[in-house]
Design a protein around this ligand. Structure first.
Ligand SMILES: C[S@@+](CC[C@H](N)C(=O)[O-])C[C@H]1O[C@@H](n2cnc3c(N)ncnc32)[C@H](O)[C@@H]1O
Length: 184
């Protein structure tokens, strides 16, 4: 069901969706494994799609944590709204670039973790830079920006914005994926 929905949205807007199927549980574990759930008070996700990472974050986040979920695709957004009723979650149908605005609206200055599946390589330079600068500005000094990509194309821009970038990799995803764990 989720796979069919994903292909449908991909065929409507390949650039924005960026993948033909949801991420595998192996990739999900690699991304989520980078999060210190005992410490994370404010978490953010960019581009949840059908919610592969989202569900796991909700299951593991602290009872008093807050989770801001940005999904630009209206169809995915509606489905997430239907399926998630957890009061710790704020599901937002707007672009990731506006992260600071929504954090402030809810009384938060900064996030501890930003988890992103945005297809950065498909974006033009301006949008890519705007989103990464917005993420960097919205993160605590010791916060983590986690991004997966199917290539190393965005590594140099990530390094320009976040001086500390560690790269992981999993073969067990279609396509295989690099996981970037970025800090100031
Ligand atoms: C590659 S899919 C990842 C979906 C899911 N996280 C997964 O890994 O299976 C990228 C997602 O980013 C969303 N997206 C693209 N541009 C966005 C933006 N500027 N702000 C928020 N979401 C965006 C797309 O609609 C899509 O759901």
């Amino acid at each position: 069901m989720e796979k069919r929905e994903f292909v449908k949205q991909f065929l409507k807007d390949r650039k924005m969706i960026g993948a033909m199927r949801p991420s595998s549980r192996f990739l999900m574990r690699k991304m989520i494994g980078e999060i210190d759930f005992d410490k994370a008070q404010v978490l953010v996700e960019f581009g949840p799609g059908t919610g592969v990472f989202t569900k796991e974050v909700i299951a593991r986040m602290k009872t008093d944590a807050h989770f801001f979920i940005f999904e630009l695709n209206e169809n995915f957004y509606e489905k997430l709204k239907e399926n998630i009723s957890d009061p710790r979650c704020h599901i937002i149908n707007d672009s990731a670039e506006k992260v600071a605005e929504y954090l402030q609206k809810h009384g938060f200055e900064k996030a501890d973790v930003i988890l992103s599946s945005l297809p950065l390589a498909n974006f033009d330079n301006e949008l890519r830079e705007n989103i990464l600068h917005a993420a960097s500005d919205a993160l605590h000094q010791k916060g983590k920006f986690l991004q997966f990509q199917y290539s190393t194309q965005s590594k140099s821009i990530l390094k320009k914005i976040f001086p500390n970038v560690e790269v992981g990799f999993t073969l067990w995803n279609l396509p295989p994926a690099f996981v970037y764990s970025c800090q100031h």
